[in-house]
Design a protein around this ligand. Structure first.
Ligand code: BG6
Length: 479
């Protein structure tokens, strides 16, 4: 879908996120012909460098990250022609006029790809220097606060300068292709919705496993941990989309109202329903564990978390939601498994075993959806039952061109330009998510809780298996 000409200003334009996600996403859209001529993309940072030096920096990142696209004749030149640079310190009065002079009359988006400590200064200066029009949007990244109090303060800072309809809080999980497909599957089919409740669903598992460790983000991560870094936002958003009531329309407030109701209906999590873990080098193994990577031999930050959540409403009373996420696990694999109940009675007798349907929604890798159904094992051996997958992997069903759907950032940035907030978090949602998270973290602090070590390359701490086994259930494999 074409978009109007726009100007996009990226504060933190030389930073990691700008180079690894934002500008590559814009470059891909540019190659796809979706960045109209006449619009400008302007990197802003404190470094005193000319536009040529900025072009060289960005071109290098693009060549590394998107080698094939960077080789498309003329593509990189065309993109760089639309890319400018302004050196400016958000806390100082200089440089803003120059920035203002570069902006056109159309849609303006200001991407705050900087620490939240600068949001206030940026928002004020943009107003002060007359850069804000009705068609102005600002984009902010997670972490949106560190707890409820800081998230409220951030919301208030932004609300002092912008309307809520101008604020786009990114959770890049909402931009993932399969996450949206989840809504299409739920609300575009007759088949699933009647069964989507505690009467037919035994439980739901949400797994976001990563193979990577904390890498170069040790400073940030060691203060955040998996609860703040992943659970409060990405997993919470997945939970909302799985559990919410059908919104009346696919429009921003209708969808976000329903998500908010889910978060507010979450019970407090009981301490014995949470497992925290921290990766370590297996005995006799080589490499670095979490504490080596963050350079603190006594760190008690969790790099893994598994918990059992309950949603107290009519639809879900009695259906547990098991959520887990961790780093340095056996594989990168994000999957939501909707585990249906067994058939109430087996006409095939005990020996046919138990066969429950499972709907697996795979976010990454191999995006797609699989439904495990029970059929008769082929052959003359009598009525033996076997489970087979009804496979809706995108690449198979829709052709190889759908093997790598657009990156979440491409979709989300274009949604900002179009003015569509459906896939962005509203201020009250973020606050409600912190209100659920804060007491959990406060409980650990009060009890001096220490995360359980787990081996790098494993499926996480053994206690996470116990959490399930105590309930007579098992995690689906990570692969
Ligand atoms: C980020 C977290 O929001 O999401 C990271 O801060 C995490 O710690 C990343 O690695 C995972 O994103 P993806 O898209 O690779 O699953």
């Amino acid at each position: 879908i074409p978009v109007e000409p726009f100007d996009l200003v990226v504060f933190g334009g030389t930073g990691d996120l700008a180079r690894s996600k934002i500008l590559p996403a814009l470059f891909r859209r540019s190659v796809a012909g979706q960045v109209p001529e006449g619009g400008r993309i302007i990197g802003v940072a404190r470094q005193d460098m000319g536009v040529e030096a900025y072009h060289a920096l960005i071109a290098q990142s693009l060549r590394e990250l998107l080698p094939d696209l960077a080789q498309v004749p003329g593509a990189l030149d065309r993109f760089l022609k639309q890319l400018d640079y302004v050196a400016l310190d958000a806390t100082q009065p200089e440089g803003w006029e120059q920035l203002a002079s570069m902006l056109g009359q159309g849609v303006r988006a200001f991407y705050f790809s900087v620490g939240p400590g600068l949001f206030g200064a940026l928002a004020e200066r943009l107003r002060q220097h007359g850069l804000v029009s009705d068609d102005t949007r600002i984009v902010v990244e997670k972490p949106f606060g560190h707890d409820l109090a800081s998230a409220r303060a951030l919301n208030a800072t932004l609300a002092a300068q912008f309307h809520e309809r101008q604020i786009y809080r990114i959770d890049h999980y909402l931009g993932k292709e399969t996450v949206q497909n989840l809504m299409a599957v739920r609300f575009g089919n007759m088949l699933f919705e009647p069964l989507w409740n505690s009467q037919y669903v035994d439980h739901i598992q949400i797994t976001v496993a990563e193979a990577v460790g904390v890498g170069g983000r040790a400073d940030y991560y060691d203060r955040a941990g998996a609860m703040r870094d992943m659970m409060q936002n990405h997993l919470m958003q997945l939970l909302c989309l799985i559990a919410m009531e059908p919104p009346a329309k696919f429009d921003p407030d209708a969808v976000r109202d329903e998500k908010l109701k889910v978060i507010r209906a979450l019970d407090a999590v009981k301490p014995h329903h949470i497992v925290r873990g921290q990766y370590a080098v297996p005995v006799g193994g080589v490499g670095q564990g979490y504490r080596d990577e963050v350079g603190d031999p006594r760190s008690i930050t969790e790099s893994y978390i598994a918990l059992r959540a309950h949603i107290s409403n009519w639809r879900w009373a009695g259906t547990p939601f098991y959520l887990r996420t961790g780093k340095r696990l056996v594989a990168r694999s994000s999957v939501i498994n909707v585990m249906f109940k067994d058939a109430p009675h087996s006409i095939f007798g005990e020996e046919a075993g138990r066969h429950a349907n499972v709907l697996s929604i795979r976010l990454q890798p191999n995006e797609g959806i699989t439904l495990k159904v029970t059929i008769k094992e082929p052959g003359p051996g009598g009525m033996r039952l076997v489970d087979v997958p009804l496979d809706m992997s995108f690449a198979k069903a829709l052709g190889p061109e759908n093997q790598s759907p657009p990156d979440a950032y491409e979709r989300l940035i274009m949604d900002v330009i179009r003015g569509n907030q459906t896939l962005f978090m509203r201020g009250d949602e973020v606050e409600a998510a912190w209100a659920w998270t804060d007491p959990i973290i406060a409980g650990w602090q009060a009890r001096g809780d220490v995360p359980k070590p787990y081996d790098c390359g494993s499926t996480g701490p053994g206690d996470a298996e116990l959490l399930m086994r105590r309930d007579g259930r098992r995690w689906q494999g990570i692969n």
